[in-house]
Design a protein around this ligand. Structure first.
Ligand SMILES: *Cc1c(COP(=O)(O)O)cnc(C)c1O
Ligand SMILES: [Zn+2]
Length: 390
């Protein structure tokens, strides 16, 4: 029997469960203003796919195409994203007193951050559905990634970003031909302008969680982690959460793998969301065991990817933390900078401040005995420090 290129079946509201046609361009659930999630024909997928067949394919996130949303291979827009290395951090582990510490280095992606995965998926699917124009509000790296993939797809793109976004993000967006608008304010202010642009010129707004397919690209981090750990997931995963999509996407991937029966044992990792002390809406909500976040006033941090005062997917982030028995915690910019040096000195990895925040968080998790010395702990370095040079 011929298996389809993708088992995508429909979209489903993450809150009310209402289903939507995946053949049409969709944004978010109009009833509850929450994200739509892509769903697949799991029965057919489980019947025809084997977990070990993916390894032999050409490297990159699209080797998981049956579990991704693009139906015709010709529409894939790729720059070689995915299949980033998972490194053992023996020297840093020694310094911290952790015996099994790992880092997945997403800085090796095109445009230097994991944002490439999400935008490869979103732009590919947008091209497949005939979208003529794209727009995005961004704290920085998502704008650069959209600009790159839109250029490669030949689709015009608009990028709205705070005027004090790292220079690399402004330049990478401009040089790839996007129309860049610098905004006085934060990503939340940029979001209003992006929505307005979409309304005026018919562009699709690919803002975090406001279209369903960026998440699908990001979930491939979860597939790669499971495969690399021989389908037995690590004890703890530490992730720097801004919009929080990466965290929720990895959790979605684990749920899918469990449904396919591909995981060894029932063991799922405790998911940790790390935020900046100057912008920690998820931490504040988590500490109250709330279901949603409140808008964080006067957000400030050098980790621009974490400068997100309120995420459109806040419910999904918090659900991930509660369901996984995880945790949210904040670290200061000074702690991030010290951790950035520690990681670079011990392991030769020049991480983005967001990635370094994870190392700073480890100090707290060890001190409070939330982590045991022999647990398998995986850090995500979401981007390269080179993009933040001034
Ligand atoms: C966007 C970004 C983050 C935050 O990712 P979310 O999935 O939005 O939480 C973290 N690190 C870097 C380098 C980023 O660009
Ligand atoms: Zn809904």
């Amino acid at each position: 029997m011929n298996t389809p290129f993708s088992y995508l079946s429909h979209l489903e509201c993450s809150h009310c469960g209402q289903t939507y046609d995946a053949h049409q361009v969709q944004t978010f659930c109009p009833i509850c203003q929450t994200p739509l999630l892509a769903d697949y024909d799991w029965t057919a997928a489980a019947a025809h796919l084997k977990r070990d067949q993916f390894q032999a394919r050409r490297k990159g996130m699209w080797r998981w195409h049956e579990l991704l949303p693009v139906r015709d291979e010709a529409h894939i827009v790729t720059l070689g994203e995915g299949d980033t290395p998972i490194l053992t951090l023996a020297r840093l582990g020694d310094e911290l007193g952790l015996q099994r510490l790992y880092l997945k280095d997403e800085s090796l992606n095109p445009t230097g951050t994991f944002k490439a995965r999400g935008l490869s998926a979103a732009v590919s699917r947008a091209r497949e559905l005939g979208v003529q124009r794209l727009t995005i509000p961004t704290a920085g790296n998502a704008g650069g990634a959209l600009a790159a993939y839109a250029a490669r797809a030949g689709i015009p793109a608009q990028v709205f970003m705070p005027a004090d976004t790292p220079l690399a993000n402004i330049e990478e967006s401009r040089i790839t031909g996007a129309e860049v608008t610098l905004v006085e304010g934060l990503i939340s202010d940029a979001a209003r302008l992006s929505v307005e642009a979409a309304r005026q010129n018919g562009a699709l707004d690919v803002s975090t969680f406001k279209e369903p397919y960026r998440m699908e690209g990001k979930k491939t981090m979860g597939y790669e982690i499971a495969e690399a750990f021989d389908w037995r997931l690590p004890d703890v995963i530490v992730y720097p959460a801004g919009g929080g999509m990466g965290l929720a996407a990895i959790w979605k991937a684990f749920g899918e793998l469990r449904r396919l029966g591909w995981l060894e044992g029932d063991h799922l990792p405790r998911m940790v969301a790390v935020q900046a002390a100057g912008c920690a809406p998820v931490v504040a909500a988590f500490e109250k065991r709330a279901e949603t976040c409140e808008f964080w006033q006067n957000a400030h941090t050098q980790a621009s990817g974490l400068r997100v005062p309120k995420s459109f997917g806040d419910r999904l982030i918090l659900q991930t933390l509660y369901e996984s028995n995880g945790l949210a915690l904040a670290v200061s910019d000074e702690e991030m900078m010290r951790a950035q040096q520690q990681l670079a000195r011990c392991e030769g990895i020049f991480a983005a401040p967001e990635g370094a925040a994870n190392v700073a968080a480890l100090h707290h998790l060890i001190e409070s005995n939330w982590l045991a010395a022999d647990e398998q702990v995986l850090l995500l370095n979401t981007g390269t420090g080179l993009k933040y040079l001034r």
